[in-house]
Design a protein around this ligand. Structure first.
Ligand SMILES: NC(=O)c1ccc[n+]([C@@H]2O[C@H](COP(=O)([O-])OP(=O)(O)OC[C@H]3O[C@@H](n4cnc5c(N)ncnc54)[C@H](OP(=O)(O)O)[C@@H]3O)[C@@H](O)[C@H]2O)c1
Length: 282
């Protein structure tokens, strides 16, 4: 059955790939992206645009008025019908917490946490009516903490918490909630990662080494982002969906470590890996 789907962060990465697959599968999609149709028309192929099933709205995660405009669009154009909301937009604020400003931290939470929370609230009346579903793109960094990931970890841990709460709260209304937990995948994510200042001089070489390792890891170890896009499509279409789905080799390894090791060993292992690999000058 074809569905009406609203997805955020549809300009590139997982979001854009998912939109292309969803249109191929016959669904109707409203792609929420910064720049709306002016930008969207230039990003997608003629064959996709010609279907007439792809629509655009100008959407900025941290601007409340655009969240409300997204809900108004669904009311005006789809008569309040919405089957799936995919909260995908996000970015990473990395580096030592002591070097990040309050404004940087708040923006990280606005985009990765308050954006999805508030858009979900706006869309709930539609989703309850359709007994639809909410799919939140979290991260393996929403399940385990890492040094230099503190801000990003915080935003994704918070997204995990509200997703699980929504899972319980919406169960009786028939709305399903799913979290996607990707490991590392080859999108523009690393390129759009923001860093605070080093905070202290000893952090400077660590940040340089960390950035280099991120680049190497991205080119050598990261997975094909189409896998995540295909998972998003499956979660839109499958009848019953699980609360959490991890994807990627590093995500599977991290989950295995979490299950197999006591927490004190896991944090010791994480600390050694970062000191010996990520923070060691090359
Ligand atoms: N790639 C990975 O390895 C990985 C791993 C785990 C989780 N994730 C998560 O997957 C999701 C998608 O990331 P990706 O890998 O596809 O990265 P990406 O290629 O950098 O795409 C990020 C998307 O989010 C949008 N976005 C960022 N800030 C926004 C804002 N303030 N308002 C509106 N849109 C905004 C971007 O729009 P613009 O084009 O306008 O900037 C873009 O469409 C994110 O939530 C990320 O945390 C990614």
């Amino acid at each position: 059955m074809t569905k009406k789907i609203l997805i955020t962060g549809a300009s590139r990465g997982f979001g854009k790939l998912a939109v292309e697959l969803l249109i191929e599968r016959g669904h109707e999609v409203v792609a929420a992206l910064r720049g709306g149709s002016e930008r969207g028309d230039a990003l997608f192929s003629e064959s996709i645009l010609r279907t007439g099933r792809l629509h655009f709205i100008d959407w900025h995660a941290e601007r409340t008025e655009t969240l409300k405009a997204a809900a108004s669009w669904v009311t005006a154009h789809w008569n309040g019908q919405l089957d799936v909301l995919i909260n995908n937009a996000g970015y990473g604020l990395m580096g030592p917490l002591e070097g990040q400003t309050d404004a940087q931290m708040r923006r990280q939470m606005e985009v990765n946490f308050f954006g999805p929370l508030n858009l979900t609230r706006e869309c709930l009346p539609f989703l309850k009516r359709s007994q639809g579903r909410i799919i939140n793109v979290s991260s393996i960094a929403g399940l385990a903490g890492f040094p230099f990931y503190g801000a990003y970890n915080a935003s994704k841990f918070a997204l995990e918490a509200i997703s699980e709460a929504f899972y319980y709260e919406l169960r009786s209304s028939g709305v399903q909630v799913a979290l996607v937990e990707p490991g590392s995948f080859r999108t523009d994510f690393s390129a759009s990662t923001e860093f605070g200042s080093p905070g202290t001089p000893e952090n400077e070489p660590k940040i340089e080494a960390f950035k280099k390792r991120m680049d190497t890891r991205r080119s050598l170890l990261s997975g094909d982002p189409t896998r995540v896009a295909r998972l998003l499509v499956r979660l839109c279409e499958k009848k019953k969906i699980p609360l959490r789905t991890a994807i990627g080799r590093d995500a599977a390894l991290m989950l295995l470590i979490r299950k197999a090791l006591p927490d004190c060993w896991r944090v010791e292992l994480t600390s050694r890996v970062f000191e010996k690999i990520f923070f060691r000058p090359s």
